[in-house]
Write a protein that binds this ligand. Structure first.
Ligand SMILES: C[S@@+](CC[C@H](N)C(=O)[O-])C[C@H]1O[C@@H](n2cnc3c(N)ncnc32)[C@H](O)[C@@H]1O
Length: 377
């Protein structure tokens, strides 16, 4: 299929657990069709160009995958012949590389590595027969990434449009010790109910991810515009006509950005981190207010707004003894503020004087974290 075809396709926007609801909301707002709330990822429908647009515009999705086939699958042969039913020349030429990963819950294919091998063999055998040559496998930097999902006696074969995961926006020039994934930061802003107009502060900003994502969102800058290339641009069917259509789409999205922004403050006690945040914000093309100070000494002040932050965790970062308790006490004094705190520590919920509006479990950096949202009375 040519990328400019108007045929409707099925997509899957992958995301981390806990962020499905806000991703679903985001994709609906962006105008995609048949968006459904689903655990582990959000299905939607659209043309192939809609899939590109999702890569460019979604702030929360980790990957956008396009369904290329779904078929009954009970045995390794079912998988092999089902995958052979796909026209792989559309996506792969002999000079391109590919990689396959699989998740299988089917008894006869319970070993996911074996299922991936069957998919790979089917692709290689088809191309060898049709063009007399086979593309190589490259696990690190494949041109075409294939995902097979096998469960309930059915297989679904997807191609990944993103390439590098979508959190790799391209603006993080300097990382801190424990940077938050950009897609998680974007999800937190939505989960906290930020309206893109109220002042926002991250007093422990590290490399600045939350503040930068807030500024991008408030300015309506599509996060994918900062990326040089997506996976779908490396497929065989991405010809000059498709490249031109993508240029036009990028231009239209660029034209939709807004100049006005609320006040967004990025602060940290570590001057090197503030400098990192400054460089990253410059690379992202957004303006923030930067401060170097200890949040316990200089709590957020001035116009009330949103404080959204990801405090240091004992397990990962050096922190002052009893920091969490002191920060929680400070939060309890932020009357009239909306707070959003992503933490692995139970101390905040015990020590903040209000009841959270909602709490959401979100895995982050190998830790079971919780995002706590409060309206401070
Ligand atoms: C988990 S990191 C934040 C990571 C950040 N969200 C990012 O994406 O890079 C926590 C940050 O809190 C800062 N920090 C620790 N204690 C602080 C304090 N008392 N005042 C201000 N910042 C502090 C650390 O320097 C560190 O950069």
């Amino acid at each position: 299929m040519h990328p400019l075809s108007e045929d409707m396709l099925e997509f899957h926007a992958a995301t981390i657990p806990g962020t499905e609801r806000v991703l679903c909301e985001e994709l609906r707002e962006l105008g995609f069709a048949s968006v459904r709330l689903n655990r582990g990822g959000i299905p939607f429908r659209g043309t192939m160009q809609d899939g590109w647009r999702a890569c460019l515009q979604s702030r929360i999705a980790a990957r956008i995958q396009m369904l290329v086939a779904r078929f009954p699958c009970r045995t390794p042969d079912d998988l092999y012949y089902g995958v052979q039913g796909i026209d792989w020349q559309t996506y792969l030429s002999q000079s391109q590389t590919f990689a396959v990963s699989a998740v299988s819950r089917e008894d006869a294919l319970s070993h996911s590595g074996f299922a991936a091998l069957k998919v790979k063999d089917a692709i290689v055998d088809q191309l060898r027969k049709n063009i007399g040559a086979r593309p190589d496998v490259d696990r690190e930097d494949a041109d075409v990434r294939v995902f097979a999902h096998i469960a309930n006696q059915k297989a679904a074969i997807y191609l990944d449009l993103a390439g590098d995961p979508l959190n790799k926006r391209g603006y993080r020039k300097v990382a801190g010790e424990a940077p938050l994934r950009e897609t998680i930061a974007a999800a937190l802003l939505r989960m906290a109910g930020w309206d893109r107009k109220s002042p926002l502060s991250d007093p422990m900003c590290g490399s600045g991810t939350i503040a930068i994502e807030a500024a991008l969102w408030a300015s309506n800058i599509a996060p994918g515009l900062l990326r040089e290339r997506f996976g779908f641009e490396r497929w065989a069917n991405f010809d000059a006509e498709a490249a031109n259509a993508l240029r036009l789409l990028r231009g239209a999205l660029r034209g939709a950005s807004r100049g006005t922004m609320p006040r967004i403050v990025a602060a940290d006690q570590n001057a090197d981190m503030v400098e990192a945040a400054r460089q990253n914000a410059r690379a992202a093309g957004v303006k923030l207010a930067f401060r170097t100070h200890d949040v316990l000494v200089n709590p957020p002040s001035g116009e009330k707004g949103f404080l959204i932050t990801n405090p240091p965790y004992g397990q990962r970062l050096e922190m002052a003894p009893d920091f969490s308790r002191h920060f929680a006490a400070m939060c309890s004094r932020l009357h009239g503020w909306r707070l959003g705190i992503l933490t692995a520590s139970p101390v905040y919920q015990q020590a903040i004087s209000a009841k959270p509006l909602h709490t959401t479990a979100i895995p982050n950096g190998g830790l079971d974290c919780t995002f706590l949202v409060y309206d401070m009375p």
